[in-house]
Each structure stands twice: as C-alpha cells, then as structure tokens.
Design a protein around this ligand. Sequence first.
Ligand code: XMP
Length: 326
Amino acid sequence: MENNKRPENMARITTPELANAFIDEQVAAVRAQVGDKKVLLALSGGVDSSVVAALLIKAIGKQLVCVHVNHGLMRKGESEQVVEVFGKQMDANLIYVDASERFLSLLAGVSEPEKKRKIIGNEFIKVFDEEAAKQEGISFLAQGTIYPDILESDGVKAHHNVGGLPKEIGFELVEPVRLLFKDEVRVVGEALGLPHSMVYRQPFPGPGLGVRCLGAITRDRLEALREADAILREEFDKNGLAEKVWQYFIAIPDMKSVGVRDGKRYEGWPAIIRAVNTTDAMTATIEEIPYPLLHHITDRITHEVEGINRVLLDLTPKPIGTIEWE
Ligand code: XMP
C-alpha cells in the first residue's frame, strides 16, 4: 500500500536542487515498483500528467506507454505540443489518438451542460480503454494525482469528476507526485526540462472548450472559440498577464447579434472574456485588464476570427458566477 500522508518534516520543494533530489528518489522508487513491466499513462498535456510523464520517461523510458486522446476540445496548439515535446523531444512511447470526430458527433445537438460533461467523460474512458486493450503486458497505471487531490476528496477535481479514469480499471497505480503541492510539481517539471509554457499552464477543465462553447456545440462556433482563445492567450502572454492571472478564457454563447462588416450586415457570435484570480477556485475575483489592451483584443478578435462580431467582458466574481459558464 502506498503512503498517502505527506511526512511532517518533508521540505517544500522550491529550488532545482530540491527538485533534483526528489527526482532521483522517485526514479529509484518507480524502478523498484515497476521492474521490467509496462506502465500506461493518460497524458492530457496538463501540468500534472506532463510532469509524471517526464519523470517516468526518465525512470523507465519506453516501458512507459503514454496515450494522448485529442477529444477535439483542446485549445489551439495543445495536442501538437504534446506530440512535439513527448513524442519528438523526449522520444517517448506515445500513442496519439485523434478522436475529435467521435466526440463531436456524440455532442451534436446536446445543449445541457451536465449531459455534455458526461458524454465527454464517458467517451474519454472508452477511447482510453480501447487503446489500453491494444497494448500487451501493461501492469501499471500512472496518474498525476497531487496532494490536494488526496486532501480534498471534495475538492475541485472530485467535484467535477469527469475526464478521470475509473478506479476499477484494474492496474496497480504509480503516482509519483501524489505528496506534492502544485507549486512543487511545477519546480520538478522545470527540473525535468519541460517547457515553461507547459509547466506554468493555467488550469484547463477536462471537458476543455466543450464547456466554453455554450449550449449545443457546432464545429464552426468551436473553431471561432479556439481562434479567439488563442488570441486572448497570445495577448495575455505578450502583456505580462499570463503569469499574473489565474485563469482566463473566452466563452461563446449560442446566439448571434447583428453587426456590420465591409459595409454589409454581418451576423455573428459574441466572444465573452473571463479573467479571474483565486487561490482555490472556490471563490474568485476579477482581474482588471487595462482598457487599451481590451480594445486591442477586441479589435483583433473581431477582425481575425470568422463568425465573431462583438467582444464582451465578464465582470462577475465567484460567487455568484462560477468560473466556467457551464
Ligand atoms: P467552476 O466553474 O466550478 O470552476 O467555478 C472551478 C474550477 O474548476 C474547473 N472546472 C473543471 N475542471 N472538469 C475539470 O477538470 C470539469 O468539468 C470542470 N468544470 C470546471 C474550472 O476551469 C475552474 O478552474
């Protein structure tokens, strides 16, 4: 049985030296646990699963089989980054599954938020199971469980518990960062050589853009959302907000308004900007984005993104608004 209690004298990992000591210790522990067997990991590209992947690649190389499921609801460039970093740079045993069509077909016409989440969560497990069944000799399942997940069984991830894998999947677990806090996971990730943008990525929900393309998802509105979100992220990056703001994104409702483009009537969707700060995601405050930057982002989104003709700013704290719109 694995130890799930953080020892009271365990030092907070804040420096590369402490991170390297942790990595050496875990590499040895993983090798001892796994031996010459194979380990499967669902690699979303989020901070936790990415750090676990990098750690296990260091420990057991090709005995790790990473599966990245692209559900078609990733942000722009994310799946590509997973393939580039893990498949190419780290030469991992990576299986990339483009399941976009499956997810988008199942979601067509479904407008109820919890139903959408369930479809995405269930289909994710199905795709992952199918890939697992194709692999021979897997004995372990690696997971990016971190200490807050253990502490708050009622926490954010448990509350939204979708996109995760069911406990009964039947493999012994490998959870090398289970005693770490998020900030420590990041320090370890950097020491393992992962890109800064991956290690300091903002939280992103399992159902991805699915809960931001509000109501019944259509491919054209999803594409507009992905492009608008990419512009917002680029501008936050350039203007020093990316590392300051806890979570920021675009949501697009299922409605159109009248506008004018090139002297002609142009009906389009509004893009809603949401940028919040929080420590635990249970309450949140609004980031005050400078007006000149808001004007610039509005200009770019309305000119560069097909289908969007207005940009709005969500000023609602949590409570009363949740962070996501769905
Ligand atoms: P809310 O919208 O409940 O979000 O204020 C709190 C935090 O949780 C994230 N979130 C999710 N994460 N699956 C996830 O893994 C989900 O279904 C989900 N819904 C919301 C949200 O992005 C925010 O960080």
